[in-house]
Write a protein that binds this ligand. Structure first.
Ligand code: AMP
Length: 283
């Protein structure tokens, strides 16, 4: 496995391989878990060369304490990536990507950037687009792998690809969960043992809401009942819990035929902000 820390070294390597090998790319912020490794495996299955980046992007954190406390486990990450058979790891310092001016560019992709994660984390998606664009330019992949765990991010990245990287294929991969349903996340390492058990309430609440909706309970009532049943604990602070139309991320107040929906949630569990989502599957 090759590990590069500078754009120059990475590009030197890529330029000597790009003509011979199709490149799959998995951008991450490290503290890797089985969810990240599922993306590496998917890329390895489809491409001769898999590149993973590990970069905790400062411009996508609206909250300085969240950035400071973000888990960093580089040597363990490199071990996991080598075991998984990743070919190339790119772990730049912020200055490598941003120079001396560590700031996000401003983008306007419409409402998708301003609702939900965009509303609760102002500037977050400008930071995401800025760094993903820089990484795509550095790695020049044929395909990129993202997790549907960050569903709104996938939509924003698909807009970036449509506008600026039309030849790049986006693969959106399913959420990997612990056996108890908790979506794997680097932030889970910051939960206490009690909070980890409590946090399974998010998945239970989404499933319960989906069940209620299928039983034709009014959508708001369905979600409120699920929140009351599984998230009624002072350690939880719900930021949003909604049914959305996955085409446009608009809140759905009714189910229409031939549309796709997902339940999305952001909820603090103690000091840790968790997000998750569940596609509404027709039965
Ligand atoms: P992060 O390191 O949190 O920025 O995540 C890097 C990539 O891994 C993103 O595309 C995430 O959506 C994806 N990811 C994070 N958690 C999971 C999970 N539990 N299952 C699948 N993919 C995930």
């Amino acid at each position: 496995m090759f590990v590069f820390t500078t754009v120059n070294d990475l590009q030197h390597f890529i330029s000597s391989h790009a003509s011979k090998h199709r490149i799959g790319f998995v951008p991450t912020m490290g503290a890797l878990h089985a969810g990240h490794l599922s993306l590496i495996n998917a890329s390895k299955h489809n491409h001769e060369l898999t590149v993973c980046s590990i970069f905790v992007n400062p411009t996508q954190f609206n909250n300085p304490s969240d950035l400071e406390k973000y888990p960093r486990t580089l040597s363990q990450d490199l071990k996991l990536l080598a075991e998984t058979g990743c070919d190339v790891v790119f772990t730049p310092e912020p200055e490598q990507l941003y120079g001396s001016d560590i700031q996000a560019q401003i983008y306007d992709y419409g409402e998708i950037m301003n609702s939900f994660e965009g509303a609760f984390r102002p500037g977050h998606f400008n930071g995401v687009i800025t760094v993903v664009k820089k990484l795509f330019e550095a790695v020049k992949p044929d395909a990129a792998y993202f997790g549907s765990k960050d569903l709104q991010q996938c939509m924003v990245v698909s807009q970036l690809i449509k506008r600026e990287f039309p030849n790049l294929k986006l693969h959106i991969m399913p959420t990997i969960r612990e056996e108890n349903g908790l979506a794997m996340s680097s932030r889970n390492t910051r939960l206490s043992d009690t909070e980890k058990i409590l946090a399974t309430g998010l998945y239970k609440a989404m499933n319960n809401a989906a069940e209620n909706i299928k039983n034709e309970v009014d959508i708001n009532a369905a979600i409120n009942a699920a929140a009351y049943k599984y998230l009624n604990n002072p350690l939880f602070k719900i930021e949003y819990f909604n049914l959305i139309n996955t085409e446009n991320f608009n809140v759905a107040n009714a189910i229409q035929p031939n549309c796709n929906y997902a339940i999305i949630i952001a909820c603090w569990c103690g000091e840790v902000r968790l997000i998750d989502n569940l596609p509404l599957v027709e039965t």
